[in-house]
Design a protein around this ligand. Structure first.
Ligand code: GAR
Length: 210
């Protein structure tokens, strides 16, 4: 099983989706730690309920993004995590973190990138009046919400509907694509060629070793 860390900032429903799939036996990862930059994040309680180690590291306690990232790297490496899933982690990371988990960091974003990057993607899409919204899992690179796309799913948006209702509908789909992308990562199936991610065959030899 691929040892991973999950980064959160809030409710952690995507974290819960990962935990549920692991417990169903259809997601071959071991969550070594859930790290939150916010002490009150409900996702921390979800982790504790399932006996997953947690860590709160406030970005406010650090002078620079690089210092914060350096400490995250130190903590996560100690757990043995080899890959990182950002599940509602609302911080931009620097090369300090990127280089430590090179090519092994994925993020879920609640919009069809490259549209509506940044925080509040669902609200902006709803207010813009798009009729198709959705969510994206992508590799993380040095620019925000920019890395190569692994999987996207479309979600219909109704003109003028409450953005909270749309956000919830998107979230339900996030809970399907994030575990899927994480499983592909665990199986060693994600081959990146520049901007493109191609789904290869499962790396059976490696799976047997693990
Ligand atoms: C999710 O909608 C996720 O896509 C979004 O935060 C929410 C976290 O929900 N992430 C971003 O906007 C990142 N830019 P959760 O804590 O219930 O998983």
């Amino acid at each position: 099983k691929l040892p991973i860390a999950v980064l959160i900032s809030g409710g952690g429903s995507n974290l819960q989706a990962l935990i549920d799939k692991i417990e169903e036996g259809i997601l071959d990862v071991d969550i070594k730690m859930v790290l939150s930059n916010r002490a009150g994040a409900y996702g921390l309680e979800r982790a504790k309920t399932h006996s997953i180690p947690t860590c709160v590291l406030s970005h406010k306690d650090f002078k620079s993004r690089e210092d914060f990232d350096g400490e995250m790297v130190r903590i996560l490496k100690e757990t043995g995590a080899q890959a990182v899933v950002m599940a509602g982690f609302m911080r931009i990371i620097t090369p300090v973190f990127l280089n430590a988990f090179s090519g092994r960091i994925i993020n879920i974003h609640p919009a069809l990138l490259p549209s509506f990057a940044g925080a509040g993607g669902q609200t902006e899409a709803g207010e813009y009046g798009v009729q198709i919204s959705g969510c994206t899992v992508h590799f993380v690179d040095e620019k925000m919400d920019n890395g190569a796309i692994i999987i996207q799913a479309a979600v219909p948006a109704m003109p003028g509907e409450d953005v909270d209702v749309l956000a919830k509908r998107i979230l339900r789909v996030e809970h399907r694509i994030l575990p899927q992308a994480t499983q592909w990562l665990a199986e060693g199936r994600l081959r990146t060629e520049g901007r493109f991610v191609k789904l290869g065959l499962a790396d059976v030899a490696k799976a047997e070793q693990d």
